[in-house]
Structures are given as C-alpha cells and as structure tokens.
Design a protein around this ligand. Structure first.
Ligand SMILES: Cc1ncc(COP(=O)(O)O)c(C=O)c1O
Length: 417
C-alpha cells in the first residue's frame, strides 16, 4: 500500500483525479475500471452545459450568432484539440452524429464496390455494431455478406490477432479488396492493432482503409494523418469522458476534401458557413471534413465534449500515455502477485500491444466473483465466458486503486474456500 501511495504522490496527473465525479457504493468512492465503456463526468462539464442553457434562456435564437461561443460554428472549436488527440490536421476532423451513424455515412464515400473490387476485410468478432453496419452496407449494395465480408481470425489457441496474418489476408484478397475496416483497439481483448502497417498494406492493395477508434481515442497514440489512414470515426463517451451516447468524431484524409468524385450524403450544415443562411438551392461544400456535416450541430452534446477536450489539451496525450503505461504495468504486477496466492488462475489475454485495458480470463471463477467485486465497489465489466475487462483510465485512476483492487479480488476469490 505504501508503495502505491508513493507512486500516487509523484504522479503528475494526480490533481486530475479530483476533477472527476466518482460514483459511490455504500457511501464509498468506487474503483472505476470501466472508462472503456463510459468515462466519468469531469467537474468542469457542468459549467460548459450551463453556459449553453443560459445562452438559450437569455438569447434564444440569437444564440446562434451572439452567444459567447456562437452555435452556428460551435463544432469547429472541437477540431483543433481533437486533431491533436488523433494526430490529424484540424481540417481533417469533424464532430457530428454518433459512431455507427458516422461509419455508415463514411461508407457512402469510401465503400463503392464494383464487380471486381467489392470485398471488405475486418477482424473476427468485430464489435457487433460494426458487424451489423458492414453486413447491412453489403446487403444495401446487393452483395452477399457471407461471400464478401472477410474476417481475419486469431490462430488456434491464441487470444490475439497477428499483424502478419492480417497483411497476408490483404495480399491474398488483392484487387478484390475494396475496404479494410478494423477497430483500432479491440473492445474484447484490448489489443492495439498495428494501424500504420495495416493501413500501408491495405492501401498497397488498392483498397481504402478506415478505423473504428472507439477504444483507441484518448487511450493510445494515433497519427492518422502520417499513417496514411483514409478515414476513421470514434465515439466520445469512453476515454474522452463526454457523456453517455455523446457525439462522434470523424477523420477524413485531406486528399479527399473538395473532391467531386468522392460521393457523400449532404445536408445544410456541410455547406460553406458564409453562405449557409442564404438558403441557396445548390450545395457548396465546406473545404474541411465539415462538408460531411448534415444537420445543425447538437450544441448540448458538443459542450461536454469541448469541456473534455479542454482537459486533454491541458494534459496532452504524451502524459496520459506515460501514466497509462505505468499504471497498467502496476495492475499487471498485482494480478500476477494475487495469482500466486490463490488457487484460481488468471490469464491476461491482452497482448503486449495494449492501451489501458487488461482483459483477464478467470479460470476457475464465474459470475459470482464479478457480482462480489461490484458489491465491494469495484466497477468492472464482464464478458462471456468469464472475462473481466479492467481499464484504469490514467486521468482519474490511482495506483492505490490498483492496490485496493488486488486486495478485494483476493478476498473475493478466497470468500468460499
Ligand atoms: C468498437 C465499437 N464500435 C462501435 C460502437 C458503437 O457505438 P455507438 O453506439 O455510439 O454507435 C461501440 C460502442 O461501444 C464500440 O465499442
């Protein structure tokens, strides 16, 4: 315990922990491991939301132009800080809609199958919404998903994907491959895919390459522009701490902006803002990824996202990643120590290419242990057959949390022996 406290005392991000609200179980602040599902609420968020409520109350429609942060181009404020988080140019970023909706919209631009090139490559057991999205897109184009959706499998007995297997599959599909779309960090095993190498291989084969970055944004280093990624999208409610179901970000590579041969679905918020209210019959696209915007932006959703981005701007991804590496290594150490002391066996199925999630197979344990942890104030998540996912978000988790978790886990396993 004293070691954990020492680590906390020298943690450069320790002040940020105080800037979040933690739920309580029986009056005690929880240990929160589910930032990979829903990030905690930053204290400053309320003020950003209140500001909108006040402007709406006091200015009503005039808020579009005369609010402190006018609403007509409010979304543009998010592009610059978000570009830093994902390694992009601000003009390659837009915030709009929600993740699955955006993936569908991006498919309009980047999945244009023809007789020869129509296959889509993704990872085996991709997040279900991505599977449904891809299957329904294929069906929309009159293509049989069983034939055209190619999943890269893990090898027998292994819990992770090998980059060489993904690249080999891309090369095998060659000029039948239209699109590679993979989750940058896998939601189940926490694996970080080698996005740069996979992007290069997909593009070499002549396909478009896109990434679902739901579990990657705010968690791992991203250099979308330099890696040559064509497009990407992510949600903001996990490591970005912007609130349940909140708005999604998109990245569209600079070379596709302003291109007449790239189709997209359009709406009035994608038109040049200078002439947007002239209500012209023809679409004049913004020169940025905002050309993909459809509706007037949901300001009450963007406000928490902006609050969170302010925090990311202050801290920077470098410091987040530095702490992430240390805290996850400490959690791993604790799991190994407890493993030696109890009869059950833990198998960490997350490979060394990881962000802040460790997925742990609990051999010899079942759902009752999960229930025990939840009752004891450890918020984790359970996936069939018996995997718990532990994701200590560096902005608000402490080393002492890791230590306490170890003690609770051990007590939970020993409870009926
Ligand atoms: C990897 C991944 N993709 C897609 C989604 C779906 O996101 P949304 O419900 O915001 O469309 C999620 C949600 O958790 C996810 O984790």
């Amino acid at each position: 315990m004293s070691f954990a406290r020492q680590l906390d005392a020298v943690d450069k991000l320790r002040e940020y922990r105080k800037q979040f609200y933690f739920p309580k179980v029986e009056g005690k602040q929880v240990i929160y491991f589910t930032g990979n599902s829903l990030g905690l609420q930053p204290r400053r968020t309320q003020q950003f939301v209140d500001e909108i409520m006040k402007d709406w109350r006091e200015l009503a429609v005039e808020g579009h132009f005369y609010a402190d942060k006018p609403w007509w181009d409010y979304h543009e404020r998010l592009a610059e800080p978000l570009a830093k988080v994902v390694g992009a140019k601000p003009r390659e970023i837009s915030v709009m809609n929600t993740l699955t909706v955006n993936l569908h919209l991006l498919m309009v631009s980047f999945y244009r199958p023809d007789k020869k090139r129509y296959k889509i490559l993704c990872e085996e057991k991709a997040f279900p919404s991505d599977q449904y999205m891809l299957q329904s897109q294929l069906k929309f184009h009159g293509i049989d998903p069983d034939e055209a959706l190619v999943e890269v499998k893990k090898r027998d007995g292994e819990h992770y994907w090998r980059t060489e297997d993904i690249i080999a599959k891309i090369e095998e599909l060659g000029d039948s491959l239209a699109l590679v779309l993979i989750g940058g960090v896998n939601y189940y095993n926490g694996q970080v895919f080698e996005m740069e190498a996979i992007t290069a291989a997909g593009k070499k084969a002549g396909a478009f390459v896109g990434w679902d970055l739901a579990h990657a944004v705010g968690n791992v280093e991203l250099q979308l522009h330099d890696w040559g990624v064509d497009f990407a999208s992510w949600c903001s409610y996990k490591y970005m701490n912007s609130g349940p179901g909140n708005a999604s970000g998109v990245f569209i590579r600079e070379q596709y902006l302003n291109r007449k041969d790239i189709p997209r679905f359009e709406g009035w918020w994608g038109t040049r803002k200078e002439s947007r209210f002239l209500m012209k019959p023809t679409f004049e696209p913004m020169a940025t990824a905002d050309a993909w915007q459809l509706s007037n932006a949901p300001i009450l959703s963007l406000a928490p996202y902006l609050a969170s981005l302010e925090m990311f701007e202050e801290v920077g991804m470098k410091a987040i990643i530095e702490k992430r590496n240390k805290i996850v290594a400490y959690l791993e150490f604790i799991l190994h120590e407890i493993d030696k002391q109890v009869e059950s066996r833990f198998e960490i199925i997350t490979p060394k290419e990881r962000g802040c999630q460790l997925s742990v197979f609990l051999h010899g344990e079942g759902r009752p242990l999960f229930d025990y942890l939840m009752k004891a104030g450890v918020i984790v998540d359970w996936r069939e057959p018996n995997v718990i996912r532990l994701a200590p978000a560096p902005l608000y988790c402490s080393y002492e949390d890791m230590y306490q978790f170890g003690q609770i886990l051990k007590a939970g396993i020993e409870r009926d022996t």
